[in-house]
Design a protein around this ligand. Structure first.
Ligand code: CA
Ligand code: CA
Ligand code: CA
Length: 305
């Protein structure tokens, strides 16, 4: 407490003592030891004070705001003691009361750290702190999953996020007739994962219009993934044909729909009406009809002939 505050408190004591008792007569028992003066209090401090006052330093002082910072309503201006892990509060009688913040619990008037369990923390893996400075052993993850914030999950692949066609910022591949590529490392990391890829296709003028074959295989056991492909002509006039369930929501395209882990292959014959140039963009989408919880990658193959 600053000297200024001490002075202020001394004044408050002196002032309040003047009014103390207020004609109510001498103390009725002298249960309180008095400190003998020097602080402005009377020699014969009262043990009972009128309403709105309380005993402090051998005299009566005005009640304080019922806040721990000043020792509560019946305190003498000093903050309530707060041990490690503790929280000071004021009780209804205006006195300091001690509570404890988790993981501390109140035992015999002190706050004792009570270690938390994996269950308390909702952790199914990893080694989180038990709250008292020691690591817990909450187990490990299987099936290629990793422990993220106490839960087992799949690491997103290196193309994420690619949930929407409109937000793709670049192509992952592409070329003219004769170009092909196999992508073995991308995955669906959860049931809601939606993977979009963009390929730039050039009509090289060989073999007629570019024909595009896309295959999705190595679908993890227990899952059913779905392949969809779309072609958007640079010049407009989308007239391409595709051998799956027709879906022209993006240019012209189609969706495969085989069940389970059966691989899916779609063939798209590019056709851009009004031009002999079939340059365009191929979009490929992989989603899950059933996501079986595997982090294993699928395999995508793209072939332009
Ligand atoms: Ca993905
Ligand atoms: Ca994705
Ligand atoms: Ca399927």
């Amino acid at each position: 407490m600053s000297s200024m505050k001490r002075l202020g408190l001394g004044l408050a004591l002196a002032l309040s003592v003047v009014g103390c008792g207020d004609g109510a007569g001498p103390p009725d028992g002298g249960a309180e030891e008095r400190d003998g003066g020097g602080d402005g209090t009377r020699d014969a401090g009262p043990a009972q004070c009128r309403t709105g006052q309380h005993v402090c330093g051998g005299g009566c002082v005005d009640d304080l705001p019922n806040e721990p910072e000043n020792g509560c309503r019946t305190g003498c201006g000093e903050a309530c003691d707060v041990p490690t892990g503790g929280v000071a509060t004021c009780d209804a009688d205006g006195a300091c009361a001690l509570g404890c913040e988790r993981p501390f619990v109140l035992i015999d008037g002190t706050c004792v750290c009570e270690p938390r369990t994996c269950s308390d923390l909702g952790a199914e893996c990893g080694a989180p702190d038990d709250g008292c400075g020691s690591p817990l052993d909450c187990g490990s993850c299987s099936g290629g999953a990793v422990c993220l914030m106490g839960s087992c999950g799949c690491m997103p692949d290196d193309q994420e996020p690619n949930e929407r066609r409109s937000t793709l910022t670049s192509s992952v591949g592409g070329g003219a007739e004769g170009w092909s590529m196999v992508y073995p490392d991308w995955s669906l990391h959860d049931a809601d994962d939606e993977d979009w890829y963009r390929f730039d296709v050039t009509d090289g003028g060989f073999n007629g219009n570019p024909a595009i074959t896309v295959t999705l295989d190595r679908i993890p056991t227990g899952s059913d993934y779905t392949l969809a492909i779309y072609y958007v002509c640079d010049s407009g006039g989308d007239d391409s044909t595709c051998n799956g369930m027709t879906d022209n929501s993006v240019g012209h395209g189609c969706i495969a729909g085989l069940s389970g882990t059966t691989s899916e292959t779609l063939l798209l014959e590019t056709e851009c009406s009004g031009t002999i140039d079939e340059d365009g963009t191929l979009y490929v989408r992989v989603t899950s009809a059933t996501w079986g919880g595997s982090c294993e990658p699928y395999r995508l193959s793209v072939d332009i002939e």
